[in-house]
Design a protein around this ligand. Sequence first.
Ligand SMILES: [Zn+2]
Length: 268
Amino acid sequence: MPELPEVETTVRGLEGVLKGRRLARVEPRRPDLRRPIPHDLGQRLTGSRVTKLGRRAKYGLIGTDRGDTLVFHLGMSGHWRIDPQAFDKHDHLLLETDEGRRLTLNDARRFGTLDLVPTSELDEWPAFRALGPEPFELDPKWLRERFQSRSAPIKVLLLDQRMVAGLGNIYACEALYRAGIHPARAAGSLSLPRLRRLATAIRDVLDDAIAAGGSSLRDFVSPDGTLGYFSKRFAVYDREGQQCGSDGTVRRIVQGGRSTFYCPKCQH
Ligand SMILES: [Zn+2]
């Protein structure tokens, strides 16, 4: 499943093909993914120029000079293909630029989404309205205020989209490990210096993953033209019973229905 670093590397890969280009052809190839694709998507985007690529939480944003932004979510299996030789049956959207470059959004399981949102209304779009800050922009003091008197485990609150947007289970585990914070600790009990370490750890684990993706995918594109997916190594995630990055043994617990991996020796 694509996590935030895959979405970020996908957006950077798309930027290389789309930024500043005019969309000569925009063609949805089925009416829906997880929910309907706007019926006028092709009509509204064809002929527009791509002005800006971006990301909010785990959504990719393709902004145009017509005042519309194409918002995509990769769901469980979504990915973009660059200049595919032929259509695949799971290619659900085609974008063709004025240079003749072709991009297809391929999503076998169709848990992804495609929406067209007026750029000026993005912040108020229902999926974005309640989102907390981006994990790269966390202010430890703001976290301290939000967590105050909260007895919920820090790990559970890190997955709450109103606290941090798009962090995801893997990177919540890895960041807590790197910050030396036990995942079951009450969020409200964390001091400001520990929250500072946590905010830094969150930024660092994501930065490292994006950098690793960028170096394993040259220019964020794999040799077969797929954007964004790369293999990753983790210190604790999915490593129950194995040695942590230091000399402890990784344990797994379930919190809020999700697996948490942590090291009881390194995290307090
Ligand atoms: Zn350890």
